[in-house]
Design a protein around this ligand. Structure first.
Ligand SMILES: NC(=O)c1ccc[n+]([C@@H]2O[C@H](COP(=O)([O-])OP(=O)(O)OC[C@H]3O[C@@H](n4cnc5c(N)ncnc54)[C@H](OP(=O)(O)O)[C@@H]3O)[C@@H](O)[C@H]2O)c1
Length: 264
């Protein structure tokens, strides 16, 4: 299937690793031009080199910006070329008790998880509307619905993305621009592998058994009963970023393997 993405310019926040990097690869497979992002020049350069080696001759660039630093974001926005597809992927979390989370802990998660998408969308959406085509995607989480007790701040920022995304979609009424939110569940990244090792140590078992017990004990509604591969998330995002998905706007698309339960 030709997704019609060749030549589209994509920017993915937080894409030197994890889901963001897989999304970059999935867009490059479709012939799109990709700008990856991370906090350090060296890591961004390494990622660009890795992608250029895997996708020779394709357009790959890097943009350094730290989404905890408004000045760094302002510089990024000034330097960005015209963007057709904005993937608001960057997201951080701190697992901690609600009573121990300080204002600074909340502020950091709000800045990175929510305000990064606010600032980028405010800068890029008007130009998409002028050209009557564009895609903005927000990467939420199953936590927006499940709200684990040790992730209340993170879950709050993710739930806020749903309102932001729906509101922006309403600003695109009648146009060729769509804005949607995507809800992954537990997905196998380097961070997830460390989490499973820690869980295995805490439960005195192997990482494989820890993964099984995570789904029986912590995600009992999961139908997938395993961590998703990053490519499973990336492929879905790429389809919904394509011109083929023009009837999906203001939506929340679940990619959580059923972990949030229910029929809606
Ligand atoms: N993995 C999961 O199980 C899961 C589940 C549900 C939802 N999600 C969501 O999916 C998204 C991606 O998650 P992930 O697990 O792939 O993340 P990850 O592996 O932790 O992603 C790390 C990426 O984020 C960048 N980054 C971190 N802080 C940054 C900052 N302040 N400014 C700019 N870039 C920053 C890192 O860049 P450098 O280190 O190079 O600076 C790196 O590229 C997040 O929004 C997350 O909440 C993940």
């Amino acid at each position: 299937m030709d997704l019609g993405l060749a030549g589209k310019q994509v920017f993915i926040s937080g894409s030197t690793a994890g889901i963001g990097l897989a999304v970059a690869k999935a867009f490059l497979k479709e012939g799109a031009a990709v700008l990856v992002n991370g906090r350090k020049q060296a890591t961004v350069d390494q990622t660009v080199a890795l992608l250029q080696e895997e996708f020779p001759g394709q357009q790959v660039g890097g943009a350094v910006a730290d989404f905890t630093d408004p000045d760094s974001i302002a510089r990024l926005i000034d330097d960005l070329p015209l963007i057709d597809i904005l993937i608001n992927n960057v997201g951080i979390y701190t697992a901690q008790s609600f009573y121990e989370a300080t204002d600074a802990d909340w502020t950091r998660q709000v800045e990175v998880n929510l305000m990064s998408g606010v600032r980028l969308s405010r800068a890029l959406l008007p130009k998409m509307l002028e050209r009557d085509w564009g895609r903005i995607q927000f990467i939420s989480s199953e936590c927006a619905s499940l709200v684990p007790e040790d992730l209340i701040a993170y879950s709050t920022t993710k739930a806020a993305l749903h309102a932001l995304s729906r509101g922006l979609a309403q600003l695109c009424k009648g146009s060729g621009v769509t804005v949607n939110t995507f809800m992954p569940g537990s997905t196998m990244t380097e961070g997830a592998a460390v989490f499973l090792e820690q869980l295995a140590a805490a439960r005195n078992t192997s990482p494989e058994n820890a993964e099984k017990s995570f789904f029986t004990e912590d995600r009992p509604a999961s139908l997938l009963e395993r961590f998703a591969d990053v490519a499973e998330i990336a492929n879905t995002l790429v389809y919904f970023a394509s011109p083929l998905s023009s009837a999906t706007n203001g939506a929340v698309i679940k990619l959580e393997g059923g972990s949030t339960g229910g029929s809606l």
